[in-house]
Design a binder for this molecule. Structure first.
Ligand code: PPE
Length: 314
């Protein structure tokens, strides 16, 4: 069970964890009207640092714009600073941070524009998303019988609460059938993403990943993987991938804030490569962890120490 921290931020002020409650007739409860983020803060030698904070705040504001959740009372810079303050007031070194923006309580009915917007920032300690052994051993996954949300149904570039009803169908089916996670195909039948992760497929030394048009979330860890691969001189292509590319791959892995870089050792019980973490996955994991642990220079400027105020005030 979730271990409470001291404080949660609500619309600009800190409240006690237990006071962060909403009315059952809030719009979001009935119609899924929320957008959110998932961010990790890592313990580095120079103190806790939030990973790619600017990009996460930007994606949250993009999601809000797509759903006409504007204007917001807070700028990107204010939100970024509040996220850092949240980590500081809760005295955490490493944690997961969950900003959420949703439509609150006033009118009932689908039409949302008269309902107030509420923003909360919460954080807690969160370990390995797909199990303790996952990062080293890899996980067993299946192709979901559920397709990912089609582009003209729910916008996949928005990280909206409602998208996770589709994710839940995928995840429940997978776990019920003895898998750790599911990969969905998009509306056209090509590989899309996991219920809470982007996906990468390695064959003959080249990394492949579905384009954003395949109903995949523009993952910030996905972008991190692409940049780390480019730094290491490993070719990366974004292209439509048929399901069977997974079966004949040398390596397959997931990326995500919660899942970090998790190797996949089988898909539909077909063994991938040698059935364990492959060399390219391991190299990228090492590069990733070296940066977030502060043992390699953060040359891309991805770490935002929580005791330093954000430069952006826009
Ligand atoms: N696709 C989906 C559907 C997704 O939910 C995530 C993150 C990603 C891709 C990877 O995006 P990024 O975190 O920016 O690299 N999923 C978040 C929520 C997990 C949850 O169970 O809640 C996460 O990893 O934080």
């Amino acid at each position: 069970m979730l271990k409470p921290t001291e404080k949660i931020w609500h619309n600009g002020r800190f409240i006690a964890w237990d006071e962060a409650r909403i009315h059952v007739l809030s719009h979001v409860v009935h119609y899924g009207s929320s957008v959110f983020e998932g961010i990790r803060c890592y313990a580095t030698p120079s103190g806790p640092a939030v990973f790619r904070l600017t990009e996460h705040v930007r994606r949250m504001l993009d999601s809000a714009k797509i759903y006409r959740m504007e204007p917001l009372a807070f700028t990107a810079g204010q939100l970024a600073d509040s996220i850092k303050e949240l980590v500081r007031v809760n005295h955490l070194e490493a944690c997961y941070i969950r900003p959420i923006l949703f439509r609150g309580y006033s009118d009932m009915g689908v039409y949302p524009l008269n309902n107030p917007l509420e923003i909360y920032l919460a954080c807690w300690e969160w370990g390995q998303y797909l199990g303790e052994e996952a990062l080293a051993q890899g996980v067993d996954v299946c192709i979901s019988s559920w397709r990912r949300i089609a582009p003209d149904t729910l916008p996949a570039l928005a990280k909206a609460g409602a998208n996770y009803m589709n994710s839940q169908l995928m995840k429940m089916e997978a776990v019920t059938n003895g898998y750790s996670e599911a990969i969905a195909l998009d509306a056209a039948g090509y590989i899309s993403e996991g219920s809470g992760e982007n996906i990468f497929v390695v064959r003959d030394g080249t990394i492949h990943t579905p384009p954003l048009g395949a109903s995949a979330l523009p993952g910030i860890t996905r972008d991190t993987v692409i940049r780390l691969a480019m730094d290491a001189g490993i070719p990366v292509v974004e292209t439509a991938l048929p399901r069977e590319m997974l079966y004949i791959a040398d390596e397959v892995f997931f990326s995500g804030t919660a899942a970090e870089l998790t190797p996949i050792r089988s898909v539909d019980r077909i063994v991938i490569g040698q059935g364990r973490r492959g060399p390219i996955t391991e190299k990228l994991q090492k590069e990733f962890f070296a940066i977030i642990n502060g043992t390699k220079p953060d040359k891309h400027g991805w770490l935002h120490p929580v005791h330093v105020k954000e430069a952006v005030t826009a």
